[in-house]
Design a protein around this ligand. Structure first.
Ligand code: ZN
Length: 398
């Protein structure tokens, strides 16, 4: 990146900083849950069409797409932000706390939207040799907004060749950039298990099939799958988060329901684990004349970062702020992230932006006191804009 451009990026970002902070506070005060991001979408559309971008609303539900065509033609790069809040009570005492009871931006998606809007405003003021698509997606926290947007054509017309997205992160100090090559999030799939027995009197177990006793064995055996059959170096989690069954102390339960989540990184294990789980359940229940139902509910695949896009991120962070702000995250987080659907279509890179300034911004995501150090917003905006320039330049072999 030329020194002149670097200076320009810094100075335009500086002039936009307060506006981006105000936008973030506006969204923070007015959170909307997944698939309900109507006012959020309206605000994005209003501001970005005012800045001269071509805006399309209602993409894959409440999604918004804004296209910025540069002064010269060239490749198209996509930048994505998620818009949804969570059903959590905001307990912070700050002037910009949520004004909606029981809803809160507790994962920083308000910051993602504000950063991306700032990036669009910034890039609209500098000549570009290519096109940028700003993608604001609904419902990252579930049921997912990336897939519906892709089905609605967000990756075409013009065709997006590569995608970047960031997530704020309170484990990292303000402005640090966390990056990883390869898988950076997990495959997240849910399982629904029914253990079927035959109910009866608690005093006569021999003429029943006790679904509670069977599920106890199933639970223990399922935990052995990870510890005894999965290679220790391979990340995998089986968590049973819900169990329900039975009537009262003197009745043998005819049925127990178990709900769980599977987290894997490799696609082989993603296929293998449900097979093994079903095998374990089948073995245990059949040994005691019970039966079962097993349903796999596929969720988000793992985000796999493209190496060359990560290299552009490293270069950009280094050019703008120096190598010290980079922080390599070598093990994938076992959370889910539906940016993966974009990254399955085209090369993608999902990275983290540190937002921990002090104690009040050290709360983890999904906590009632979650907040960010707003001085990270400007850094996020500059990095996103810098990525666009460096990506377009690389594609044109500059
Ligand atoms: Zn999030």
């Amino acid at each position: 990146m030329k020194e002149e451009l670097r200076q320009k990026l810094h100075s335009i970002a500086g002039s936009l900083e307060q506006e981006v902070i105000n936008l973030r506070r506006h969204f923070h005060m007015n959170p909307e849950l997944g698939c309900e991001e109507v006012e959020t979408a309206k605000k994005i559309a209003e501001v970005l069409s005012g800045a001269g971008l071509q805006v399309r609303e209602g993409v894959g539900g409440t999604g918004v797409v804004a296209v910025l065509k540069g002064s010269e033609s060239g490749p198209t790069v996509g930048l994505r932000a998620d818009m949804d809040a969570l059903p959590i009570e905001d307990k912070k005492e700050v002037p910009y706390a949520s004004r909606v009871e029981g809803k809160m931006h507790a994962c920083g998606h308000d910051a993602h939207v504000a950063i991306l809007m700032g990036t669009a405003l910034l890039l609209s003021k500098i000549p570009l040799a290519g096109t940028v698509k700003f993608i604001f997606q609904p419902a990252e926290e579930g049921p997912g907004g990336a897939e519906p947007m892709i089905k609605d054509g967000v990756m075409e017309d013009p065709h997006v060749q590569a995608m970047y997205a960031l997530h704020v992160d309170n484990r990292l100090e303000t402005g640090r950039i966390g990056f990883g090559v390869g898988a950076v999030s997990a495959n997240v799939d849910d399982v629904l298990i029914k253990i079927l027995g035959r109910g009866g009197h608690a005093a006569a177990p021999h003429v029943t099939v006790d679904a509670i006793a069977l599920s106890g064995q199933v639970i223990v055996a399922l935990q052995n799958i990870i510890s005894r059959t999965v290679k220790p170096q391979e990340p995998a989690v089986i968590t049973l988060g819900r169990i329900q069954g039975g009537y009262r102390s003197n009745v043998i339960a005819p049925e127990v329901t178990l709900e769980g989540t599977l987290r894997t990184v490799s696609s082989e294990l993603r296929e293998e684990l449900p097979r093994r789980i079903e095998k374990v359940i089948k073995g245990i229940v059949s040994a005691f004349d019970g039966d079962y139902e097993f349903n796999l509910l596929p969720g988000y695949p793992a985000v796999v970062n493209d190496k060359s896009l990560v290299e552009i991120l490293q270069l950009t962070a280094d050019e703008l702020y120096g190598n010290d702000i980079l922080c390599e995250i070598t093990t994938p987080l076992m959370g889910g992230e539906d940016f993966s659907f974009f990254a399955q279509k085209v090369p993608g890179c999902f990275f983290r932006l540190g937002t921990r300034g002090g104690l009040e911004t050290a709360y983890p995501g999904h906590n009632s006191y979650f907040d960010i150090d707003e001085s990270a917003l400007r850094i996020g905006m500059e990095i996103m804009a810098g990525l666009v320039f460096n990506y377009l330049a690389r594609e044109r072999n500059e």
